[in-house]
Design a protein around this ligand. Structure first.
Ligand code: NAP
Length: 235
């Protein structure tokens, strides 16, 4: 049975994705900080009969990422699909952003993805596999007050293309899911100030369906990027 590793699985898009994948017959390796949220999700999914493993890893702490992942993978389970979904946002004047906040956001949205891929992809090469990086419409646009987020997601999209180019010889495919606004707890986080209409956003379940669609593509083809927008467009 195929296994997917999902980061940021404790809530929002990642949690909806874990639920949908388990229902579709996937075994799961789940990562986020909140051990209690991962434990209750794993409990909730126990009736699917799938094997669900999880590990609390703080992706903002570079030195904990590889050891944490290797512990999670130390059960002879190797994912065939790696979904780098965890991400954060920060709103405010670009040039007034504290350096520490900038470094945190870049660590979370870009560097941690590099670190997760560096640890997990070499283990996937034997059987081949797919890396899906969750990007944003912000990658292709300049949104006032969202500069660092736009820059981080643009860099992530470029990283993904480079990864696909380099790893294709090893049987690894890589793609992005580019999302417009999704109604998730991200909009309630301390670092985000916005009054967008949440009812007009995509649901986490819609984003999860797009991830399952990408994950289920045959290995002979690659959808390099799938862009999913709410029909209301960008806010
Ligand atoms: P969310 O509801 O805020 O969930 C974020 C997830 O990332 C949570 O599971 C959280 O779990 C995890 N996370 C946060 N900080 C972490 C850390 N330091 N270490 C490990 N895990 C951490 O966000 P979402 O809206 O579902 O976003 C998922 C992805 O979609 C992100 O990459 C985001 O940029 C992208 N996206 C979102 C939207 C949107 O409108 N929501 C639009 C486009 C793209 P813990 O707190 O338990 O660690």
């Amino acid at each position: 049975m195929a296994t997917a590793l999902i980061t940021g699985a404790s809530r929002g898009v990642g949690k909806a994705t874990a639920k949908l994948f388990a229902k579709a017959g996937w075994d799961l390796l789940l990562v986020a900080r909140s051990k209690s949220d991962l434990a209750s999700l794993s409990q909730e999914l126990s009736n699917t009969g799938r094997k669900i493993s999880y590990k609390s890893i703080d992706l903002s702490e570079p030195e904990t990422i590889s050891p944490g992942l290797l512990e999670l993978l130390d059960q002879d389970i190797c994912p065939s699909v790696l979904i780098n979904n965890a991400g954060v946002a920060w709103t405010g004047d670009l040039l007034k952003m504290p350096l520490k906040s900038w470094q945190w956001l870049i660590q979370m949205n870009l560097t941690s993805v590099f670190q997760v891929c560096s640890t997990v992809v070499p283990l996937m090469r034997d059987k081949g596999g797919l890396v899906i990086n969750v990007s944003s419409h912000a990658a292709r646009n300049a949104f006032n007050q969202w500069g660092s987020y736009c820059a981080s997601k643009a860099a992530l999209a470029s990283f993904t293309k480079c990864l696909a180019e380099e790893e294709s010889a090893n049987g690894i495919r890589a793609c992005t899911l580019t999302l417009g606004s999704v109604n998730t707890p991200l909009w309630d986080t301390e670092t985000v100030k916005s009054n967008f209409d949440r009812s007009a956003m995509l649901s986490s379940e819609q984003a999860a369906s797009a991830l399952l669609y990408l994950a289920e593509q045959p290995s002979s083809q690659l959808i390099e990027d799938l862009t999913l927008m709410p029909s209301a467009g960008a806010f």
